[in-house]
Design a protein around this ligand. Structure first.
Ligand code: PEP
Ligand code: MN
Length: 339
């Protein structure tokens, strides 16, 4: 059960409400976000919802039987929009494009990618400065200094920054230089990290875990929301299956399923999803047609020289074509008016 509280609810009204719900046999968690105050009740007892709904201080009350609650569409039908400022938004009914290298490597590389994005009207840039790598000997990122440099250059050009946070201690130091904190597939169930991101007033994009189910992804988002942060984006980036012909298996089924279960925007990462450069565009377009609200992919001036994930990275010519195809596919999807 989710009880949305009125902004002006008094302490006395809240206490009386909590006492009553507890008496019915529900465990109550209080949730305060930037946008609202809620009581989340966990329990199974049958009761007359009208009896509680009439109490003072309540905006609305909803029964949500799913394991995840605040991210469920069952109480919030209106899709959540993520407004990054300066006219950059990730939302239902729109097509966000986020492109950039796997890793931030140098000032020259950042300038080149920004120039490429500007030419194509792309306003969000991805890139890792803290890189989770399977091998400890692989390039692990330029760290905070790299992020500061990137931020300076991106800000001048009105480009927003999407970058991975790997641990709790990085959240604060990254804050001034980050527009969207990315939670990587290896950290989707790092619940300490998710809890702490709940305290931040900036957007968080959660990637699906390497072997994570759709429900687990939603539960991870629930951690951040219930910690106080509603600015969430879900990302399908492929899962590990028995198939070895591609790096991962991009589960496009997840897109309409997530969209039907949650009010949060859903974006697709075809680069990590298939892991093979020449097939990234097809899978990006398939993501658009599956109903995604955005696509995130890797691009680099010379992919063969990229410090990481070059095999799945598009060069600028391929990337420019893809941006055009994504926009055209999205226009076509909208013309169907089905999704
Ligand atoms: C990345 O975006 O470069 C990355 C490491 O992604 P994932 O966490 O999906 O593997
Ligand atoms: Mn990568």
């Amino acid at each position: 059960m989710i009880i949305q509280l009125k902004e002006d609810i008094s302490d006395r009204q809240k206490e009386s409400l909590i006492a009553e719900v507890k008496q019915i046999g529900y465990k109550i968690t209080e949730v305060k976000t930037q946008l609202g105050d809620y009581l989340v009740g966990i329990g199974k007892k049958d009761f007359d919802i009208r009896k509680i709904g009439q109490k003072e201080g309540i905006q609305d009350i909803h029964i949500v039987s799913d394991e995840y609650k605040l991210v469920s569409k069952k109480w919030k039908v209106k899709p959540t929009s993520i407004d990054l400022g300066d006219g950059v938004c990730i939302k239902d009914g729109d097509m966000a494009i986020i492109a950039g290298p796997c890793s931030i490597e140098s000032e020259e590389q950042i300038r080149k990618v920004i120039g490429h994005l500007k030419e194509n009207g792309v306003r969000m840039m991805r890139g890792g400065v803290f890189k989770p790598r399977s091998s400890p000997y692989a390039f692990r990122g330029l760290g905070l200094e790299g992020l500061k440099l990137w931020y300076q250059l991106a800000k001048e050009e009105g480009i927003k920054i999407v970058t991975e946070v790997m641990q709790v201690s990085q959240i604060e130091e990254m804050y001034p230089y980050t527009d969207i904190y990315q939670v990587g597939a290896r950290n989707t169930q790092n619940f300490n990290l998710l809890d702490e991101l709940g305290k931040v007033d900036k957007a968080v994009m959660i990637k699906r875990g390497i072997s994570g189910t759709i429900e687990e992804l939603l539960q991870s988002a629930e951690y951040v929301f219930s910690g106080g942060n509603e600015k969430l984006i879900l990302c399908e980036r492929g899962i590990r299956t028995y198939e070895r012909a591609s790096r991962n298996t991009l589960d496009l089924n997840a897109v309409p399923i997530l969209k039907s279960k949650s009010h949060l925007p859903v974006i697709v990462d075809p680069s990590h999803g298939i892991g093979i450069r020449e097939f990234v565009p097809q899978m990006a377009l398939a993501g658009v047609m599956a109903g995604a609200d955005g696509i995130i992919y890797e691009t680099h001036e010379i992919p063969e020289k990229a410090y990481s994930d070059g095999q799945q990275t598009l060069d600028f010519a391929q990337s420019s074509l893809l941006v055009d195809w994504i926009r055209k596919s999205f226009a076509l999807r909208k013309s169907f008016e089905l999704l």
